[in-house]
Design a protein around this ligand. Structure first.
Ligand code: ACO
Ligand code: PYR
Length: 540
């Protein structure tokens, strides 16, 4: 069967930039455009030229992409011609091969937001699209609030779409702007647009995730005949976000009926770069990746329960809907109090430790994990701490260094100018092959930890002089720090989980538990360093 072409339109750089807290620089936008192009989307909406300096600068230095670079703007205002509308001119001046303009299709918005007549709005749509086409550009019409408009005044909402199409729009994109539509109504309204005369291979879908249905709504539109899907990497976007392309792309490529019915610009090879693309965006945004993200999250193929891990060891398809490698992700078998010996052996194997079934060490490790978890530890994300515990029990943990003592002081005071200053200082003494080394740190500068308090002072002191091991830890960065008060037995204790990254991008996490938050953090930091030394020695 010949496959139909389904087009992917990415709006990370435009609607994604409308996410609260997201502010891309021009170089961020260029880096994201390169990732999207590598992935194989058909269109990259780069932003709104003329609306802000970053977007203008991005288009002034627009990267050369295989994907069609698209500028975004709005229909001309009433009372002037398309040629004389300076906002539309700013968009066209970006000289992109495609231009997408948003226009109202809900009578309520025409009346309330624009304050013009319904006929004037139709004229604005018609004239703006015709002007874009006359400039030799591909025109796209984002039918704003289409689904709400279709419910309120179906004839008018359809008239707007047909007007844009007849004026020459290559795509009429149906927007669920407020994100409140549900799949059945999206399917019905999309079918109505096609029945009204806009062919399905000219209809696109742009959804928002306000009811967590953005992906389902996009698929409903495709089922009804739409052939362009808009979305963003990791579902960035205004309010609750847009349809998540990181979910939609693998679904369209790997799941029936879509995989049999359509071809997209994303090849199976490019699909294996999806997890990396998702994490790269998080890196640019300085966000901690969502562990439970479908397909690409680090927990998407994590098998925690003993029954699951036991079956996975026999055949991974028992508990996996796809092979994680298809999207560049990896399977993990975390350790926890839900684990049995199958989890344990799989997890040890993943860490390069082979233990024969029935080895008494397995039961000892499992007992210790379960006892530690009931005391407040959590090993399912802190895989590095788990590995150290297992090696200790197996007698294969090298003694790199011992911590003899640490001391940390935090002080809030007024300086000589009467300003309030908060300072922390730490002293750590370690011994390496019997030789003591003492390091001191006082916070004066912001560091890679988001706060510059006592934990950071300890971290800086601990990592500042490890003699023969120093070169191995110089590229370590702390990337996340989570604190939770939890119940350890009958007492409330503090659990600290720290995530690290090295210069090569490897990540690992450790856990520390104590009645004292600083001590819990210190234990986690200590293990973070020991695991890095262990890993680097194994690789040397
Ligand atoms: C659904 C979406 O997400 S569409 C994308 C929305 N994105 C953005 O708004 C981000 C970029 N926007 C901006 O930087 C600014 O809003 C600008 C530069 C475009 C316009 O700024 P300003 O001229 O100061 O206008 P302001 O933002 O206050 O209001 C928008 C104006 O556009 C008008 N407008 C809104 N939609 C449309 C449209 N589709 N066609 C024509 N005019 C429109 C509004 O009626 C309003 O006009 P008014 O000031 O006469 O009431
Ligand atoms: C155009 C757009 O982003 C919307 O209507 O949601």
């Amino acid at each position: 069967m010949t496959k139909e072409r389904l087009y992917l339109y990415d709006t990370t750089l435009r609607d994604g930039q409308q996410t609260q807290g997201v502010q891309f620089s021009t170089s961020d936008k260029q880096a994201i455009a390169a990732v999207l192009d590598e992935l194989g989307v058909d269109y990259i909406e780069g932003g709104w030229p003329g609306a802000n300096p970053t977007d203008s600068e991005f288009f002034d230095n627009a990267p050369k992409t295989r994907a069609t670079m698209t500028a975004f703007g709005m229909t001309k205002r009433a009372g002037r011609s398309a040629e004389n509308d300076e906002v539309l001119a700013g968009v066209l001046n970006a000289q992109t091969p495609a231009v997408c303009i948003v226009g109202k299709t809900h009578d309520f918005h025409v009346d309330t937001a624009l304050g013009i007549t319904l006929e004037e709005n139709l004229d604005n749509i018609r004239a703006s699209i015709a002007h874009i086409v006359a400039q030799g550009r591909e025109a796209l019409f984002d039918a704003e609030h289409f689904f709400d408009g279709w419910k309120a005044n179906p004839a008018y909402a359809l008239d707007c779409c047909v007007t844009a199409y007849k004026a020459g729009a290559r795509w009429v994109v149906l927007c669920d702007t407020n994100g409140g539509a549900l799949p059945a109504e999206v399917a019905e309204a999309t079918a109505a647009v096609i029945a009204a005369g806009v062919p399905g291979d000219h209809v696109g879908i742009h959804t928002h995730n306000d009811t967590e249905h953005a992906v389902a709504n996009s698929l409903a539109a495709v089922d009804a005949g739409a052939r362009q899907v808009q979305g963003t990497l990791n579902g960035l976007g205004e309010r609750c976000g847009n349809a998540n392309l990181t979910t939609l792309i693998p679904t369209l490529l790997l799941k029936e009926p879509y995989s049999c019915q359509f071809e997209t610009g994303v090849t199976p090879e490019a699909l294996t770069g999806l997890s990396r693309a998702s994490r790269l965006l998080d890196d640019i945004l300085n966000r901690v990746p969502t562990k439970q993200a479908a397909y690409v999250g680090s927990s998407a193929f994590a098998h925690k329960a003993g029954l699951h891990a036991s079956a996975i060891a026999k055949d991974p398809t028992t508990y996996e809907h796809i092979d994680p490698a298809l999207v560049g992700n990896t399977r993990i078998i975390p350790m926890s109090n839900q684990a049995g010996q199958s989890n344990l052996r799989e997890r040890l194997k993943g860490a390069g430790i082979e233990v024969e079934p029935g080895d008494p060490a397995l039961a000892r490790i499992l007992d210790r994990i379960k006892a530690q978890e009931s005391a407040g530890f959590a090993y399912d994300t802190a895989q590095a701490s788990f590995e150290l515990l297992a090696r200790e029990e197996l007698g294969t943990l090298p003694a790199f260094f011992d911590v003899e003592r640490y001391r940390v002081i935090s002080e809030r005071r007024r300086n000589a100018r009467g300003e309030i200053v908060v300072e922390s200082e730490a002293v750590v003494t370690v011994s390496i092959r019997g030789e003591p080394r003492t390091s001191y740190y006082k916070n004066e500068h912001a560091s890679d930890l988001s706060d510059d308090g006592p934990v950071n002072a300890l971290w800086q002191a601990l990592k500042s002089d490890l003699g023969p091991y120093q070169a191995m830890i110089d590229d370590m960065k702390l990337v996340d720090f989570k604190v939770r008060i939890t119940n350890g037995g009958t007492e409330a204790v503090t659990r600290v989980i720290i995530d690290y990254q090295d210069g090569a991008g490897h990540r690992w996490a450790t856990v520390g538990v104590s009645a004292n938050i600083v001590d819990a953090a210190f234990d986690a930091l200590h293990e973070g360093i020991v695991w890095k030394l262990l890993r680097d020695e194994a690789m040397a």
